[in-house]
Ligand binder design. Structure first.
Ligand SMILES: O=C(O)C1=C[C@@H](OP(=O)(O)O)[C@@H](O)[C@H](O)C1
Ligand SMILES: C=C(OP(=O)(O)O)C(=O)O
Length: 428
């Protein structure tokens, strides 16, 4: 499916409510499945990735009822999952394959996970390595680095894993395996990654010990079924905020934005870019901070984005790059080599597709350099089946001088199925 985006002829106005957080929705289903007793998840994201998590857990024998944004899960307890008779298909979801690896590492049965072509290119040794250190038996292409992964676990031993990458998927997989392991399992990262696992394990009754860059659990702790309220996904909200910042004369409000400090790097960057933004109605929802954000369009300044800030905005870099094409000065994004192992190599795809429309971006080894402001022109661009690239290029179409055709936009349903509907609401 291709989508043609027309230049926005009038300012955006009004408000949208941001749908559920993808990271939190995955975790809610996974943790509820291995908890004892029923759980109810409210505000669940019905994106393709989270639906892949539901489908894998069903194949492991978990009863899950879907009722729009409300999901009911009959927990099976830590040791109640069944050996699956079919291959577990994670679709396009890195979070599903990596977090589920941690749970499957604790099962004495055999299971096989695979996913789409993009998943088949993403590195899995970062999780299978530490899980093997804990005593899980895992095989796959290139010595368990690529899917399909074949796992048989059980009898795990706790470890202190010092991860070379700041990755919440690695941290979560190891901590989940740690629930099945003898003794204490600790993960230390170079920078703090999103901490939804630590927060939600506590909601399910597990004691997690944390400090700035480490998290630890003791094995054998059971989870108790719970009620989870999923806040809106800040990663999706940033697309709407960018639309409001870019289309001249706009003033919009995005509601229900998850404001977990491990996720709000892009909000900090928008402030540094001088975006006219007001954060209000701050509140707590399901153990996570939430707010509404009003933004007006206006002149933007170039910024430098690097270091410990990168994990706090890793998924927002494509759209921040688009904003940088319209900012005064040179934006430098570095320390972001992780972008190369996402759904696409997001350094190359972002730089090449923005340049197709007349931007002035250069790829570097660990990021990109963007010279702005440059007017964007119409054209045909690829999403390469990467949801974040599809949304970024669609927003480029709003400010380009002519129509932009974005290819394969169905991928957007991976994280934000209502993206065009929300955008159209702001355009009417
Ligand atoms: O744990 C999570 O829910 C996620 C962690 C991040 O990946 P890494 O752990 O690879 O950094 C992020 O890019 C992904 O969209 C979701
Ligand atoms: C990288 C992403 O997700 P995942 O790793 O779950 O595929 C993303 O949502 O941008």
């Amino acid at each position: 499916m291709h989508k043609t985006i027309d230049t926005a002829l009038k300012p955006l106005q009004g408000s949208v409510t941001i749908p559920g957080d993808k990271s939190i929705s995955h975790r809610a289903v996974l943790f509820a499945a291995i908890a004892e007793g029923p759980s109810v998840i409210k505000g669940f994201l019905n994106g393709q990735d989270c639906l892949s998590t539901i489908s894998c857990m069903r194949k492991l024998g978990v009863k899950i009822e879907e009722d729009g944004e409300i999901i009911r899960v009959e927990g099976k307890g830590l040791h109640g999952l069944n050996e699956p008779s079919e291959i577990l298909d994670v679709g396009n979801s890195g979070t599903t394959v990596r977090l589920l690896s941690g749970i499957l590492a604790g099962q004495s049965f055999s299971s096989v996970m695979t996913g789409d072509e993009s998943i088949g290119r993403r590195p899995m040794r970062r999780v299978t390595g530490p899980l093997k250190m804990m005593n899980a038996s895992i095989d796959g292409r290139d010595f368990a680095n690529y899917t399909p992964l074949c796992m048989r676990g059980g009898s795990l031993q706790g470890v202190h894993y010092v991860s070379p990458v700041a990755s919440a998927q690695v941290k979560s997989a190891v901590l989940l395996a740690g629930l099945y392991a003898q003794g204490v399992t600790r993960v230390t990262e170079p920078h703090k990654s999103r901490d939804h696992t630590e927060r939600m394990l506590e909601t399910f009754g597990v004691k997690v010990e944390t400090d700035e860059v480490s998290a630890a659990v003791s094995g054998g702790q059971k989870l108790t079924g719970s009620e989870v309220d999923v806040p809106g996904d800040v990663s999706s909200a940033v697309f709407m905020l960018a639309a409001g910042a870019l289309v001249p004369g706009s003033e919009i409000t995005v509601r229900n934005v998850g404001m977990n400090p491990t996720r709000t790097g892009a909000i900090d960057v928008l402030k540094r870019m001088n975006a006219d933004m007001h954060i209000h109605s701050e509140r707590m929802l399901g153990g996570e901070p939430v707010a509404d954000i009003t933004i007006k369009s206006g002149a933007l300044q170039a910024v430098t984005i690097s270091g410990g800030e990168i994990p706090r905005l890793i998924d927002e870099i494509p759209v921040l790059a688009l904003l940088a094409t319209q900012a005064e000065g040179t934006t430098v994004i570095k320390d972001a080599a992780e972008l190369k192992v996402k759904e696409t190599n997001r350094i190359d795809t972002v730089v090449n597709q923005l340049n197709e429309l007349g931007a002035d971006c250069e790829a570097t080894d660990d990021g990109m350099i963007i010279h702005g402001p440059t007017p964007l022109k119409g054209g045909k661009v690829e999403s390469f089946h990467d949801h974040r690239i599809g949304m970024t290029m669609s927003l480029a179409g709003l400010i380009a001088s002519d129509k932009v055709l974005v290819k394969d936009t169905e991928a957007i349903a991976v994280s934000y199925p209502g993206f065009y509907k929300d955008l159209e609401k702001l355009m009417n």
